[in-house]
Structure formats: structure tokens, C-alpha cells
Design a protein around this ligand. Structure first.
Ligand SMILES: C[S@@+](CC[C@H](N)C(=O)[O-])C[C@H]1O[C@@H](n2cnc3c(N)ncnc32)[C@H](O)[C@@H]1O
Length: 259
């Protein structure tokens, strides 16, 4: 836009020369420096499963890029900011054809709630995976300016939470393990679903990959309830044990919808 205004009065040949020799280089270098100095690349990928999560987020970036899906990234269950930093490092890179411009972290910041009924498992206890909100923010370093945290247990915090109007979610990453927590998150997400967005579950294979427990049960009940409006197309498996889907609005399937 600015380039067009500045070069408006110049002859076409000169305009093309400036575009090829200076403007493209300027864009390339400005994005190179923004990616180098405004993104914190500090996730320990040697940690269990993080390499496969990194590969997953990279493939999400390609999908969002070639479909020009813009919007925000939302994560439900963020504690040590591992997947959250991977998202900032991959989806949030500057100068790509898609624009993921803000990152929302939803967490109790008090750790897991008390597991009850089918949420019980040997690994879960109340308060496990606790990272205080201020420690979470410290981990983000240079990226804090593009992150909003929403503190509280979902059953309460999501009831009254609203995004600014016209906000579109490009990707939702659900990493809160329990059936009950995932159920509360999916209920909240229902009013923000849009054609082409990614919906990912980190804990698909927890609870012995039992379809009647955990994220599998929460997703199957919820997707069945809204099937007249939405279809969920299988996307990628996360080899660390997750799964993901592309949301389709039934009325847009097979149309000339461009985004
Ligand atoms: C396994 S950890 C997430 C790991 C994180 N994505 C990472 O890569 O570092 C699960 C998180 O879900 C949060 N959580 C689970 N159920 C919740 C609920 N009902 N309300 C709020 N937070 C919840 C916990 O506080 C915890 O931080």
C-alpha cells in the first residue's frame, strides 16, 4: 500500500526496478530481523515428545499459509509454555502469507483440578503441572507483547470470557487432559468455530486411548451434538499422542468460499 503510494508518479520501468532491487530486499531483511530479534526461540526440544509437537506445528503453519488462514492462536492448558512457545516460534513468524497476530493462553495457573470419576488416572493429582501466571509470562520473554493470559478454571473462567468483536480463531490447541476440562473448553469454542480453522488435541491417547474417556469422549459427544452445522475433517496425528481436525461449516463445503 505504502509502496504503491510512494511510487505512484514514477514510470513503470523505474517502479519495477525499485520493486525488484530494493523493496523486496527491504521486506526480506525487515522480516529476517523481526524473526531474529522479536521471537524467543527457547524451547527445549529434547524433552519427551516436543520434537513431534514441533513437526506438527510446522505442518500447521504450512496449512495456514497455503490456505491464507488468519486470526489468533488459542491454547487451553499451557503450564510450562512448551507448546505455547512452539506455537509462537512457528505459526507466529513474521512475513508469512498468513497472519497469526495474537496468542491467548487459558489456564488455571494453579495446576490440574481434583480428578473425579473417569478423569482419575495414576498420573493425575490436584495441583500437578502448576505454573504460576507470572512464571509463565517470564518464559515468553520477547514474545509477551503478543500474548494474553486468561486465568481461572474453565468451568468458571470461560463462562464470562469474550474475545474482542470480529476475533477469528485460526487454531485452538487443547492440552488440558481431562474429559471434564475438555468438555468445558469445547462448549466455549462452539461460538468461535469457523471454516478452515485447526482444532488440535494433545492428549488423544491418554486414558489408554479409550473412546469413552478423556478428550476422545468429550470430542465425540460434542461433535455429534453440533453435526448439523459442523463437520470435522481428520487432519494430522501428533506422534506424541495427539490428534487434530479441520473445522468445516457444512454450508460452506463445496462452495467458492475463499477465506
Ligand atoms: C499437561 S499441562 C499443559 C502442558 C503445556 N501445554 C506445555 O506444553 O507446557 C495441562 C494444563 O491444563 C490446565 N488445566 C487442566 N484442566 C483445567 C481446567 N479445568 N481449568 C483450567 N486449567 C486446566 C492445568 O493447569 C495445566 O497447566
Amino acid at each position: 500500500m505504502m509502496y504503491k503510494k510512494i511510487t505512484k508518479i514514477l514510470p513503470k520501468k523505474l517502479k519495477d526496478f525499485i520493486y525488484k532491487n530494493f523493496f523486496l530486499n527491504f521486506l526480506y531483511f525487515s522480516n529476517y530481523f523481526r524473526n531474529k530479534f522479536l521471537i524467543t526461540k527457547n524451547v527445549d526440544l529434547s524433552y519427551f515428545g516436543h520434537k513431534s509437537r514441533q513437526a506438527f506445528f510446522e505442518s500447521c503453519r504450512y496449512y495456514l499459509q497455503y490456505n491464507r488462514v488468519n486470526g489468533i492462536y488459542t491454547e487451553f492448558g499451557c503450564c510450562e509454555a512448551n507448546t505455547f512457545r512452539i506455537s509462537l516460534n512457528t505459526l507466529g513468524m513474521y512475513g508469512k502469507p498468513h497472519d497469526i497476530n495474537h496468542f491467548y493462553a487459558f489456564d488455571s495457573f494453579e495446576g490440574m483440578p481434583e480428578p473425579k470419576g473417569i478423569d482419575k488416572a495414576l498420573m493425575w493429582k490436584k495441583g500437578i503441572c502448576r505454573t504460576a501466571e507470572e512464571d509463565f509470562l517470564k518464559l515468553l520473554k520477547k514474545d509477551r507483547h503478543r500474548v494474553t493470559t486468561v486465568k481461572g478454571f474453565y468451568e468458571k473462567s470461560l463462562k464470562n470470557f469474550k474475545f474482542p468483536s470480529a476475533t477469528k480463531i485460526a487454531m485452538a490447541y487443547v492440552d488440558c487432559d481431562y474429559y471434564s476440562s475438555t468438555k468445558a473448553v469445547l462448549k466455549f469454542l462452539e461460538k468461535y468455530l469457523s471454516h478452515g480453522m485447526i482444532l488440535a488435541f494433545d492428549d488423544w491417547d491418554c486414558y489408554f486411548a479409550d473412546n469413552k474417556r478423556g478428550q476422545r469422549l468429550a470430542f465425540s459427544e460434542w461433535s455429534n451434538k453440533i453435526k448439523s452445522k459442523y463437520t470435522f475433517e481428520q487432519f494430522r496425528r501428533i506422534s506424541a499422542g495427539g490428534n487434530s481436525f479441520i473445522v468445516h461449516e457444512n454450508k460452506k463445503i463445496g462452495t467458492d468460499f475463499e477465506g
